[in-house]
Design a protein. Structure first.
Length: 315
C-alpha cells in the first residue's frame, strides 16, 4: 500500500532524511514517531507529493510520488500539522468547496457532507461559521476535508497537536472508526502513549534515520533487556523473597509488605521464566499472581534515543 525506498532529502549540507525504507500494509495504522526535527513531516510531505526527494522514491498503491504525483494525490487524504480554514464560510460550505475541487457533483455532495459531519461528530455544527469552532472541532473539520474524495490512504501529521484531553479522545475514536472502514493510515506524532493505543506498527525516526520499525510489543521486547516481574503471595512473603533472590536470572528483588508482593528484574528467556514459576509452585509458595510489567513506551523511546547517542559518540 505504502512503500518507501531509500528516501533521502537534503537541504544543502543538511540531510533531513537519510535513505529511509519501510512498508505500510493495506488497512494498517502506522505510527511515525520522532522528536521535533527528526524528519517526520519531511517524509509525509514527500508522500503527499508536496516536496520532491533528493533521491529514492515512495509509492502509494503502486504509484510513484516522483513520476506519478497526480495519481498519488487521488489515492491520499492529507492532513497537515498546520492548516488554514476559511473563517467566513459555514462548516457545510467549507466541505462543499473542497468537494467541488474534486469534481464531486452537487447532488452527491448534498448526501456526502452530512455523512462526513456525522463521522467526525460535527453534525450539529453544519451551519456554524468556521471561525466560531474550537480548535478540536477545526481539527475534526480538517479531517473531514481530507475524506471528501474517499481516499484509501490517510496521511495525518500531528492530528492531535494542541488538543485538550477530551478532543484527543474524540480524535482517537474517529481514527479507530476510519481503520474499521479499511483505511490505511499513517500518523506522525511525538505523543507516544496515544500512538501505542491507535497503531498496529510504529516506525521510530531520529535525525533523518529510521532506527526501528515493528509492532508495539516487538519494539518493547527489543528494548527490554530485562523483564520486570511482579509476584503476589498469600503469606510467606519473606520466604518468597529469599527464593527469588537465590535464582541466578533474578536481580533487584524488592518486597512490598502492604501488597504482599515481590518485584524483581528477570534476565532469562521465556522458557526460563516458566521454569522459575514452576519451581516456585513446587517450593510451596502460595502464589496468587505472577505477571510481567508492561514497559512504558515513553521509557522505551528515551532508552532508544540514549542508544543512538551512544552509538554516535563511539563513531
Amino acid at each position: 500500500m505504502i512503500e518507501i525506498r531509500q528516501l533521502t532529502k537534503k537541504y544543502g549540507t543538511l540531510t533531513a532524511l537519510d535513505s529511509i525504507s519501510f512498508r505500510v500494509e493495506r488497512g494498517t495504522v502506522f505510527g511515525f514517531v520522532g522528536q521535533n526535527g527528526a524528519g517526520k513531516t519531511t517524509t509525509l510531505n514527500i508522500l503527499a507529493t508536496l516536496l520532491p526527494p533528493t533521491s529514492g522514491n515512495a509509492f502509494v498503491n503502486g504509484f510513484s510520488v516522483v513520476h506519478q504525483p497526480k495519481e498519488v494525490r487521488k489515492q491520499i487524504g492529507y492532513m497537515p500539522d498546520f492548516f488554514g480554514v476559511y473563517d467566513q464560510l459555514k462548516v457545510s460550505e467549507y466541505l462543499d468547496f473542497f468537494a467541488s475541487c474534486y469534481d464531486i457533483p452537487v447532488k452527491e455532495r448534498k448526501k456526502l457532507i452530512p455523512q462526513l459531519l456525522e463521522l467526525v461528530n460535527l453534525s450539529d455544527k453544519e451551519n456554524t461559521y468556521v471561525d466560531l469552532l474550537s480548535r478540536g472541532m477545526k481539527q475534526r473539520l480538517c479531517l473531514a476535508r481530507t475524506l471528501v474524495h474517499d481516499p484509501e490512504v490517510l496521511i495525518l501529521d500531528e492530528p492531535a497537536s494542541g488538543l485538550d484531553p477530551k478532543a484527543r479522545i474524540e480524535m482517537k475514536e474517529i481514527i479507530k472508526e476510519l481503520k474499521s472502514m479499511g483505511k490505511t493510515i499513517i500518523i506522525s506524532s511525538h505523543i507516544l502513549p496515544e500512538l501505542a493505543e491507535m497503531s498496529d506498527e510504529l516506525g521510530i525516526i531520529e535525525k533523518g534515520k529510521l532506527i526501528m520499525k515493528g509492532s508495539i510489543s516487538e519494539i518493547q521486547k527489543h528494548m527490554s533487556g530485562e523483564k520486570v516481574i511482579e509476584v503476589k503471595v498469600f503469606g510467606k512473603l519473606d520466604e518468597a523473597m529469599r527464593f527469588f533472590e537465590d535464582d541466578s536470572f533474578v536481580t533487584t528483588v524488592v518486597k512490598n509488605e502492604g501488597k504482599n508482593q515481590v518485584t524483581f528484574r528477570f534476565k532469562g528467556t521465556d522458557e526460563q521464566q516458566i521454569q522459575l514459576l514452576r519451581n516456585a509452585v513446587l517450593q510451596g509458595l502460595p502464589i496468587t499472581s505472577f505477571y510481567e510489567q508492561d514497559r512504558n513506551l515513553e521509557r522505551v523511546f528515551i532508552d532508544l534515543m540514549k542508544e543512538v547517542e551512544k552509538d554516535e559518540a563511539v563513531q
